[in-house]
Design a protein around this ligand. Structure first.
Ligand SMILES: Cc1cc2nc3c(=O)[nH]c(=O)nc-3n(C[C@H](O)[C@H](O)[C@H](O)COP(=O)(O)OP(=O)(O)OC[C@H]3O[C@@H](n4cnc5c(N)ncnc54)[C@H](O)[C@@H]3O)c2cc1C
Length: 561
């Protein structure tokens, strides 16, 4: 079967979702395909920061300009996705005077709002910070919820006639001469279908090299792994950055009920297979101590990693399309001396007609989540020029749907909602994140069939202190009930409902354990063993993973079972 669209967007991260929105608002009939769940790539595994641009003012000024411009736009069009925490750049005793002295001027030169405040004021507001902090600069950093943002972009795209298909992987193209005719799309059940389009756009981030190769084009990505540590409390209510040339472990972001320290930056070969090492955890904690003394003794919930879609153009990009790329904002200055921090965080729209002689194929690479909308707009401009369409982008001025009362959700809102509905027994499925049976059922109604990991992205189930220990079996039970009542009897598969519930449990806990292993020591190791015992020992679910023993100094690591 062949489906026909004007444009096929490959990749369901923030960039792909933003592009689907932009193109469909300009009147094009578009489809997006995503190999996993929507937002399960780098966009769902990032640090959480809506950049003010402050991080890039010295090293990557054009990236700084893009960030502050988009920061202002996103506050207007996506207010419910943003927690306006504000941000600080702080000079610890470890940060060089020359960088700190030039910071405010560099902000002024790039248009990043910045105000120096007395360090004593900062320490009064954020008492967990290092008492030796000597200077403090206030900037408009914030945190940005990725899945809500992606959903809102897709909702707007759907309202303009677009479709988005999760769990559909692009596996090849049909090409005649210099033109792509159709894409071959595989589903999770082994089926395959063809999609023909006038234009194909790869918004596949760190995977863009592999997707380009399927078309016979070349995109040389430099995937940069970053590891982050999640603490079980907000030791700061404001984003805190070290005031120095960007390095590892120098930003703490308060996100919902937790705080996240990040990141590292290490080149990897394959964005699907990378490891988080205890050496990275140790390094992050050592760096984090410079911001928050005693951090290593606070309770960690998990470590997680994502892969940056970094791209190094084959030659310095021209401001025009002559070399096949547009939108490239200046190359990086001298790097921080290792990893891939020397590569610009700007983005590149690659026209493969100019770069590889392949008509109707475009890749968008690089960038940041903060600049997803701009990346989408510039890519859509190129697509529209190719298709002879004069419509301009409207995404910077039209507010995204589902922005409610323009306020960011926090945990207490769910309790307030429950109380407003009469209160009483909430039938709680996840106590840590206040996910009720009703809330879970609502999500399943909208997204079924889906995995428990999809439920986590949509509801935060399993993301609190117990990391799924007490909510997984309840949620798996509800999924099994849904199968039993025949709402999707076909989904129960071989072995029946109990097997499906077990499979959901094991799949979900495996993912949670991945994040627990690199930080499995002390109280968190006890918790991992308790969860393992609950499911493996008490409930008799086969295939539950056990934690390895790892000490903070990296010694004595061994498999638990
Ligand atoms: C550790 C880390 C921290 C970061 N912190 C920040 C931050 O604080 N602020 C910020 O603004 N930015 C941050 N970034 C950068 C930001 O996360 C990324 O630039 C952004 O999320 C990329 O979005 P994307 O849509 O381009 O890529 P992705 O979100 O990766 O989307 C690409 C999608 O393509 C899909 N795909 C791949 N191949 C195929 C195929 N064959 N068929 C179908 N689908 C396919 C993938 O599954 C994936 O979902 C961070 C990045 C990392 C790694």
């Amino acid at each position: 079967m062949t489906a026909t669209f004007d444009v096929l967007v490959i990749g369901g991260g923030a960039t792909g979702a933003g592009l689907l929105r932009d193109l469909s608002r300009r009147g094009l009939h578009c489809l997006l395909v995503e190999k996993g769940d929507l937002g399960s790539g780098t966009s769902g595994r990032y640090h959480g920061l809506l950049h003010s641009g402050g991080r890039y003012v010295a090293k990557d000024p054009s990236a700084a300009r893009e960030c502050i411009a988009e920061n202002r736009i996103l506050r207007r069009i996506a207010p419910a996705c943003i927690e306006d925490t504000g941000g600080w750049f702080v000079a610890t005793p470890h940060d060089p005077d020359d960088y700190v002295d030039g910071f405010a001027a560099a902000c002024a030169a790039t248009g990043v709002d910045c105000e120096e405040r007395p360090a004593a004021e900062l320490l009064r507001r954020e008492p967990a910070l290092h008492p030796g902090i000597r200077r403090a600069f206030r900037v408009p950093d914030a945190t940005l919820e990725p899945w809500q943002l992606i959903e809102a972009n897709l909702a707007d795209a759907r309202a303009h006639g677009a479709e988005a298909w999760p769990y559909r992987r692009l596996v090849g193209f049909d090409r005649r001469g210099d033109r792509l005719l159709a894409a071959r799309i595989a589903d999770a059940q082994g089926g395959e279908e063809q999609v023909s389009a006038a234009c194909f756009v790869s918004a596949t981030g760190a995977w863009a090299g592999g997707v380009a190769a399927l078309a016979g084009a070349e995109v040389k990505m430099s995937p940069g792994k970053g590891t982050m540590l999640v603490f079980n409390e907000r030791m700061t209510d404001t984003v805190v950055n070290r005031c120095h040339r960007p390095g590892d472990g120098d930003i703490m972001c308060p996100v919902h009920t937790v705080a996240i320290l990040g990141t590292t930056d290490i080149l990897v070969d394959d964005p699907d297979h990378f490891e988080i090492t205890s050496a990275e955890v140790v390094e992050l904690l050592a760096e984090g101590e410079k911001l928050f003394p005693g951090l290593s003794r606070r309770r960690l919930l998990r470590a997680y990693g994502g892969v940056r879609p970094l791209y190094k153009p084959p030659e310095p990009p021209e401001p025009s399309e002559a070399a096949g790329s547009v939108g490239a904002g200046g190359a990086a200055g001298a790097g921080s001396g290792g990893g891939d921090r020397a590569i610009s965080r700007s983005h590149y729209v690659i026209d493969h007609a100019a770069a590889d002689g392949i008509a109707g194929f475009v890749s968008i690479v690089g960038g940041k989540l903060t600049t997803y909308r701009l990346m989408a707009e510039q890519t859509a401009d190129l697509v529209c020029r190719k298709l002879g369409l004069a419509e301009a982008s409207t995404t910077a001025r039209e507010v995204l749907p589902d922005q409610g009362d323009r306020r960011h959700y926090w945990l207490g809102d769910r309790l307030a909602e429950h109380e407003a509905d009469g209160g009483g027994d909430a039938d709680l499925i996840c106590e840590c994140e206040f996910v009720t049976r009703a809330g879970l059922e609502r999500f399943l109604d909208q997204r079924w069939p889906c995995s428990l990991d999809d439920v986590r992205r949509g509801t935060r189930l399993g993301m609190g202190p117990c990391q799924g220990g007490f909510c997984t079996f309840r949620a798996a039970g509800i999924v099994a009930q849904r199968l039993a009542t025949g709402r999707d009897a076909a989904g129960s598969g071989e072995g029946g409902i109990a097997a499906a519930a077990d499979a959901a449990t094991v799949g979900f806990l495996r993912e949670r354990y991945k994040g627990g292993r690199p930080i499995a020591w002390g109280r968190q190791l006890q918790e991992l063993w308790m969860t393992s015992g609950l499911y493996w020992g008490t409930l008799g679910v086969a295939g539950i993973p056990g934690p390895s023993r790892t000490s903070p100094d990296g010694r004595g690591t061994r498999a638990a079972r």
